[in-house]
Design a protein around this ligand. Structure first.
Ligand code: ACM
Length: 555
């Protein structure tokens, strides 16, 4: 930008502050004023037309006459043209004094472009309401951009702690602001079942709440009931809201392990005679389902209901950390194993997941499994393997399957962000911003064939120790900003420049009302204090990394 042309509200050339960083972005002299009078001209699908109209209508402007600034007599245009040869998610923006022109291959690119356009405005443009006078002055310039990875995700565990629908919708907005395009909802685990079932209503009636929670290191029940679930209508709303913001919901029903809540509702689906309750402890309960036909049929009912509500090509079936110890001695399971000629219970684990996967295929949906599912053969040719353990199993899976990287290190954001003693209680760590910035989803040492099977990556927030939205904000941001850049650009090319852009970006998060962790350390109210949220001791991330790599090599 030339001297003298910097519009009010800009400290820096905004083309140099974009996060994630586009492939190409530079400013030119002049500015373009966007306001409620800006004409929208879309040569694209009705969906894109709606997206652009909503963008202009949603710009925070004073109500009343948008042209109340007497100096403002210009009429600008926000236009979209479909570019048939663009890669999914790719887009171009040209800002001139007469308007903003956007070109993209489709809806995903259009969403990304508008996110970038909002970042070209002052941080106040991220507020819901703001008196921007006659409109928002966007400096002239050009952006040409495309994403490196197609799966740019976040997993939220709503089972250990339930997050109300409004938190999920807000989270969708925050993810979209960082060009993430998948929200994986972990809807079922030992500590809670979080979705309505009209066919099997005890799932939500019984499985969705617990009378108490044992959080503290001393394991004392807190005596406070905890629970909640999404109705199928809530899920449909979340799915539509996310879709309109370029995000696909990936629902997960974790089976056949992690099923205490499911079995509190329907104990007959697991080990005969085993008492079950929704767990009030933070750790896994060792409950598992019987991998037999009647259980597959029951789960097909549940998955069908979810698929009627959620518009998604992906359903996650879990498959992780399953206790198969009792399977060989159970007559019904042994009989099915004999029928298939299986000699190892792991074959039954694979068989069970494949059966459900074929049901999903019949509905045009690809199954996703944690990497244990890959190891036991619980995969179909088009199954996506979500590799959470070490790098070794991710590589094994990428030799034959599409892989989404979700390694504990460095994508489990429920771990501490630093080694400061005042960090709140978590599961260990630290996993720092620098660790994430240095993470290569497709490692350079892998052959091209394997690298090409890496669809992308996602960060996880497991919620054993995450009971509130403010804790969620604290853990997700700003680490999600670093992963967003890794996934969009392929890597954080220049950590010093990333830090500079992040400083500006934090003003956008302030405008959005995000309770992120400040770079220098937590605010006093974000620390663990001296109660049950106090940190349990120094993190041992090197030991954790060794452990997760060792279990990753399990056959
Ligand atoms: C996992 O952390 N068990 C996926």
């Amino acid at each position: 930008m030339q001297a003298g042309s910097t519009p009010t509200g800009y400290a820096l050339d905004p083309y140099s502050t974009l996060l994630p960083q586009p492939e190409l972005a530079f400013s030119q002299p002049g500015t373009c004023l966007l306001n409620a009078r800006t004409a929208v001209e879309v040569a694209g699908s009705p969906e894109i037309d709606g997206l652009f109209r909503r963008f202009v209508a949603g710009l925070p402007l004073p109500t009343g006459d948008p042209g109340n600034d007497p100096a403002n007599t210009t009429q600008t245009t926000l236009s979209f043209v479909t570019e048939t040869d663009d890669a999914p998610g790719a887009y171009r923006i040209l800002v001139t004094e007469s308007g903003v022109g956007i070109r993209a291959g489709g809806f995903e690119g259009a969403v990304s472009a508008l996110t970038t356009l909002r970042q070209l405005m002052p941080a106040h443009a991220w507020r819901r309401e703001w008196n921007a006078g006659g409109g928002w002055a966007v400096p002239c310039g050009t952006v040409a951009d495309r994403p490196e990875y197609g799966w740019r995700g976040a997993m939220l565990d709503v089972a250990r702690h339930f997050f109300p629908k409004r938190t999920i919708l807000r989270y969708v907005d925050l993810l979209a602001a960082h060009r993430f395009n998948r929200l994986h909802l972990h809807l079922a685990d030992d500590q809670g079942w979080r979705v309505e079932s009209r066919r099997h209503p005890r799932l939500h009636e019984v499985g969705s709440w617990r009378p108490s929670t044992r959080l503290g290191p001393d394991g004392v029940p807190d005596g406070t009931p905890h629970g909640g679930y999404y109705t199928l209508d809530d899920l449909a709303e979340i799915s539509a809201y996310a879709r309109a913001r370029g995000i696909t919901i990936v629902p997960e029903i974790d089976v056949p392990g992690h099923t205490s809540a499911l079995r509190a509702a329907y104990p007959e689906l697991g080990r005969p005679g085993q008492e079950q309750a929704v767990l009030d402890t933070v750790w896994a309960g060792g409950s598992s389902l019987s991998p037999t036909r009647p259980v597959v049929a029951f789960l097909e009912d549940v998955l069908a209901e979810i698929l009627d509500a959620v518009d998604t090509p992906y359903v996650h079936l879990g498959g992780d950390e399953c206790d198969m110890g009792w399977w060989a001695d159970d007559p019904a399971i042994a009989a099915e194993m004999a029928e298939h000629g299986y000699t190892d219970v792991k074959q039954m684990h694979g068989h069970f997941l494949r059966s459900l996967g074929r049901f999903l295929s019949s509905r045009g949906v690809r199954m996703v499994v944690w990497d244990e599912g890959f190891v036991t053969g619980g995969v179909l040719p088009d199954t996506i393997v979500m590799a959470w353990r070490g790098h070794e199993v991710a590589g094994r899976a990428a030799a034959s399957h599409d892989v989404v990287r979700a390694p504990l290190f460095p994508t489990y954001f429920n771990f501490d962000q630093s080694d400061l003693p005042e960090e709140p209680r978590s599961e260990g760590g630290p996993i720092t911003l620098d660790d994430i910035a240095a993470f290569p989803p497709a490692p350079a040492e892998w052959p091209d064939g394997m690298r090409q099977r890496v669809l992308g990556a996602q960060f996880q927030i497991w919620s054993e120790w995450v009971a509130t939205e403010s804790r969620l904000d604290y853990l997700a941001f700003p680490r999600a900003c670093a992963l967003a850049e890794v996934l969009w650009r392929g890597r954080v090319a220049d950590p010093v420049d990333f830090e500079r852009r992040l400083t500006v970006h934090l003003e956008r998060l302030d405008a959005l009302g995000v309770g992120y962790r400040p770079p220098a350390g937590p605010h006093p109210w974000q620390t663990g204090g001296t109660g049950v949220w106090r940190r349990s001791g120094p993190g041992r991330i090197e030991e954790t990394k060794k452990w997760v790599e060792s279990i990753s090599r399990e056959p």
